[in-house]
Ligand binder design. Sequence first.
Ligand code: ZNH
Length: 141
Amino acid sequence: ALNADDKAHIQAIWPSVASHAEQYGADALYRMFLCHPQTKTYFPNFDFSANSAQLKNQGKKVLHALSEVVKHLDHAEATLSHLSDLHAFTLRVDPGNFALLSNNILVVIAMHHSDKFDSLTHQALDKFMNYVSGVLTSKYR
Ligand code: ZNH
């Protein structure tokens, strides 16, 4: 679970991320699709080209969901309950794919904020993405 230090590191860097939600989200998805083409299968009829309107739209949704969790770090399950149902029951995304997107989100944040991305922030964000992924895949059976 996230400790007080993790939470402090996440909250310290997150405003820099949230103010570029659409761009960072779209970039992270673009890189995930590029490096792991199998993840494209969940998005039929999708425009995977860099900066496409669909990439931006989906990227913004994903990052906004993460921002909501950052606002309620002690209540992630409740905050993500609807998305947890959606991913488990409707989308049925292979749980392994969450780590792929998570890593690409970290890469994009690190590229843009290398000054703030020290090792403890890296660790905290990694734990955060693991935590969110765990909640989003908790209803699978
Ligand atoms: Zn997901 C959707 C989030 C991961 C796939 N997503 C979605 C949304 C959101 C999210 C917010 C929207 C919803 C509504 O609209 O209601 N995701 C998310 C997050 C994460 C994720 C936060 C992590 C962390 N996903 C994921 C993955 C995948 C996915 C990994 C695969 C690969 N999603 C998806 C899909 C969808 C979604 C397919 C649907 C889309 C449409 O509809 O268009």
